[in-house]
Design a protein. Structure first.
Length: 156
């Protein structure tokens, strides 16, 4: 992770400047049940984006502060109302005991070994979240393999 402490090396090129939404913020958005478009994100000042990043611990304790700030920023900068999404009671990245089929399937598709159950258990919730997001079907998932390397799951 970089100097912000919450941006992975694999996302530094596109999220390090805070022009794209870092995984840590994306995790907090999922926990909050709010969809934030890249267009909305880019209407926020760099200082406001950094505030959201700083409130993105991946913990439920930060949700009220994160959610209040997020909704205030959307209201202040966007003519679009916030889009609410359902929040899973126990999201897939919190299941440390079993590697999701989606991750296994994507690893097979790109020709790399999927994380073992033991490796998956050792990952942080944010790392598991990132691998799930990077293995979504129909998305540009170029950073899946770099993420596996960064997390120590593949040899360089």
């Amino acid at each position: 992770m970089d100097a912000y402490g919450k941006i992975f090396s694999f996302e530094r090129d596109f999220a390090g400047s805070l022009q794209c939404i870092p995984m840590a913020v994306r995790l907090q958005l999922d926990l909050s049940g709010v969809k934030l478009s890249l267009k909305q994100w880019n209407k926020f000042s760099t200082a406001e984006r950094l505030q959201l990043l700083n409130l993105s611990s991946g913990s439920y304790e930060q949700l009220p502060s994160f959610g209040s700030l997020l909704l205030a920023l959307i209201d202040a900068h966007s003519h679009e109302p916030p889009v609410r999404l359902p929040v899973a009671s126990r999201p897939a990245w919190e299941h440390a005991g079993r590697v999701p089929e989606q991750v296994i399937a994507w690893a097979a598709k790109v020709g790399v070994p999927a994380p073992s159950a033991r490796q998956w258990r050792r990952l942080s919730p944010l790392q598991r979240f990132a691998l799930l997001k990077l293995s979504l079907p129909g998305h540009d998932n170029d950073n899946f393999v770099p993420a596996l390397r960064e997390f120590g799951l593949l040899d360089s």
